[in-house]
Design a binder for this molecule. Sequence first.
Ligand code: SF4
Length: 433
Amino acid sequence: MNVSDSERVATLLVADGFEITRNESAADVVLLNTCSVREKAEHKLFTRVGQINKSAADRTEKKPVLGILGCVAQLEGETLFGKSPAIDFVLGTKAVGRVSQAIDNAFAGEKYYTDLGERDEIYDWTVAEAQRNSPYIAFVPIIEGCNKFCTYCIVPFSRGREKSLPASEIVRHLLKLRGEGVKEVHLIGQNVNSYRPKTDDGLEAFRGATQFSRLLRAVAATGIERIKFTTSFPRDFHPDIVEAINEHENLCNWVHLPVQSGSNRILKLMRRGHTIENYLERIDKIKNSPRCISLTTDIIVGFPGETEGDFQATLDLAEYCKFNFAYYFKYSPRPGTPAFEMSDNVSSEEKTERFLRLDKLIRSHQQPVFRNYLNKTVDVLAEKVSEKNPNQISGHTTCQMVVNFEGAADLLGKIIKVKILESKANTLYGKIS
Ligand code: SF4
C-alpha cells in the first residue's frame, strides 16, 4: 500500500510540473513516506530525518523542503515538529492527493503545515500509476482502510475506515493498464476480500458469493495476463474465491492469508474474528484446488499472555499448513492500540526462543517446496535486470516465487518459460527453456 501511495504521490507531482530525482542532494523537496506497523519503521524515520538534515547542512544553496507522509504522519501529526524541527510539513494517509498544495505552502514560507484531513471524495484514477516502479507491474487499490480493529494493530487508526472503490472504475482502469503493456496487476488493500462497494456497478454480469469474488471474475475477464491480490482477511475469505481462481488461469496461484496465532485463546485476545477451525477449513479448500496454490501467512510470536501451550498450537498449525513463505515477528506493543494496555508478559528471551523455533520449522517446510521446482519449467515475468548480475533477469512466477535466469534486457516485460536448475535461500535459478 505504501509503494502504491508513493507512486501516486510521484505521479501527482510530475503532473503538477515537478521532476523526480533519486539524488537526494539535488532535491528541492524530500518526501518520506512512513509506515508504523512495526516500531522499527518509526525509528528509521528519525534516523533518515537526521541524515537528510546533516547532508542539507553541507549545502551551499537553500536546504530542501522536508515533508513526512504516511502512517506515522497520520498518527503523530504536529508532534513530529517537536521531535524534529527540520520537518517542514506533515501529510496524513488520507491527504496524499493534496501533496502539491503542502509543498507550495512550504515554498511560500509557511512553517509546520499539517494536513490530516479526509480523502478527496472522488478517487482520481488518472494519477494512479504513471510513475510506477515497474512498467509491467501495477498496484491497484480496491479498498482502503480497515474496520477490524485487531487489538495489536494501528492500521484502523492510521488508515481510517474501509472504503471500497467502484468495480466499474477498477475494471476500466485494468483495461487501460493492459493497453499500456502492464502484464501483472496486484489488487491491494488492508483486507481485499472485505471489498464491499456501495453499488454492484460493474459486477452485474458476474456471479459470485461475495462482491470480492465477483470482482475477481470481472477483472479476470479484462484479459490482463496476471492478477494477484493481497492481503486477505481469514473471516471474509469465502471458498468462492478459490472457485474463481480455479476458473481463471490469469488469477494467480497465490493466497496470502495471515493467521497470526495457532491458539484460539490468543486469537480471541487479538480480536481477529476467526478461529483455528474455520481458518483450517479455508486452508483445506485452498490446498484441494487443482491449481496448486502457494500459501503464505503472517504470524506474531509472544503476544501478551501467550503460553508455551499457545505457542505449541502455532507450531502445530504451521506444521499442518506448510506455508510456502511466512512473515513472522516478535510482538512489540504499539501505543494507541488496545493490546498496549495488556501486560507484555512474554519475556524478550522467550519471544526470541519461540521465534527461532518457528523460523526453523517454517524453513524446514520451504526446503522441499524449493526442491520440488528443480527440473520443472515455470512461467516467469521478466521484471528487471538482476542487481547482482547484469547478465541475469529477475522476475516472479504466478505463485510469487523469485526466479533469476540468464538473459538480456530485451526480454523485459515478457512472460518467459524457465527451467529451474538450482535453489538458494529464497530464490530459484534457471535457464530459458
Ligand atoms: S485486519 Fe487487523 S491486522 Fe489487518 S489491518 Fe485490520 S486491524 Fe490491522
